[in-house]
Design a protein around this ligand. Sequence first.
Ligand code: SF4
Length: 181
Amino acid sequence: MHLTATLLNYYLLCHRKMWLHAHAIRMEHTSDVVYEGKLVGEHAYPQRAERYTEVEVSLEPEVPDGIGLAAKIDFYDPHLGVVHEIKKSSAKEHAHIAQVQFYLYILRRKGIKAEYGLIEYPKMRHTERVELDQNGEIILEDWIANARKIIESDRCPPVLPKSKCKSCSYFDFCWSGETEE
Ligand code: SF4
């Protein structure tokens, strides 16, 4: 299997969510939040389709039966080596930056030009530039190593405090049987 940007995003949000998703226990299709995110990604900048290309890259595991890395990048400028990402969010999030850094990291490891990233927030009319320097690569590699360890474990990580779970698509899965606060 491969560690994807989605899994890395979940790693930063909740280790349990990442583990559940990696072990094919999926709830996202029931989530309106996820649907809206996909919608903005598909329709926000249709005029850019010809300038940017969609690219899929992967790095195979370093050990037999290990976990590789994979990314499907919707908007990549091959001439400038720039990765674009579009977010429906009304607020900047650390996980958005990590996602684009993950893309830059995989592209570079494949020997593909990856200078920097741009995250566009249509709702805020804001563009955030994302760099990946040497220190950033070390942090990212640490996240990747930890995420791999968690996914390879047979044990599902514990739940987060309930206050952090309200908008999670796994809420019912994790809290069924609990009394609502
Ligand atoms: S409901 Fe909470 S504990 Fe469960 S996966 Fe979502 S964030 Fe994690």
